[in-house]
Write a protein that binds this ligand. Structure first.
Ligand SMILES: [Zn+2]
Length: 135
C-alpha cells in the first residue's frame, strides 16, 4: 500500500504513520539513513547544472528520516541551487534544518502532498536568520 493510494482514496495519513513509513524506507535496503546528516545547497556557477548562479549557499541538517529535494531556488538570486549530495565538510554549521511538521495544519496543497510522501520541510535552525551565505 502506497501513500499515494491513500491520498487518492481521500485518506490522509497521520504524521506518526508518515514518520513510521519514512523511517522504515530510509533505514532499510532501499533508502539512505539521512537522519542527522549534513548537506549543502549551492547556487553554483561552475557545475554542469548551472553556470549563472551567484555562489550563495546554505548548509542543512536532516532532523528525521525523509525525502529532501535535489535542488531549490537560491534565496539570494532565484537561480537554481543544487544539493551537494551530503558531501560536505563536517565542520560546517547548519543554517537550515529539514524537519517533519507535527501536523498538516496550515500547509499548502503541495506541502501536504510532499509531507505525505515522506518529504521534509526546510526552516532556519533555531536562532538562525535563514539568510543564504555568500562564498
Ligand atoms: Zn544565487
Amino acid at each position: 500500500m502506497s501513500i499515494l493510494s491513500d491520498l487518492a482514496g481521500g485518506k490522509l495519513p497521520s504524521i506518526a504513520e508518515i514518520r513510521e513509513r519514512a523511517t522504515a524506507h530510509h533505514n532499510g535496503v532501499v533508502g539512505f539513513a539521512n537522519s542527522g546528516k549534513k548537506n549543502a545547497y549551492v547556487c553554483d556557477n561552475t557545475s554542469a547544472f548551472s553556470t549563472d548562479g551567484c555562489g550563495s549557499y546554505i548548509v542543512t541538517v536532516d532532523l528525521e528520516p525523509g525525502v529532501t529535494p535535489f535542488s531549490m531556488k537560491c534565496g539570494r538570486c532565484g537561480q537554481l541551487a543544487t544539493s551537494k549530495g551530503y558531501r560536505v565538510s563536517h565542520h560546517l554549521e547548519p543554517s537550515h534544518e529539514w524537519y517533519r511538521p507535527k501536523n498538516l495544519d496550515g500547509l499548502t496543497d503541495w506541502q501536504v502532498e510532499h509531507v505525505c510522501n515522506g518529504g521534509l520541510l526546510l526552516r532556519p535552525v533555531p536562532g538562525g536568520t535563514g539568510e543564504w551565505s555568500s562564498q
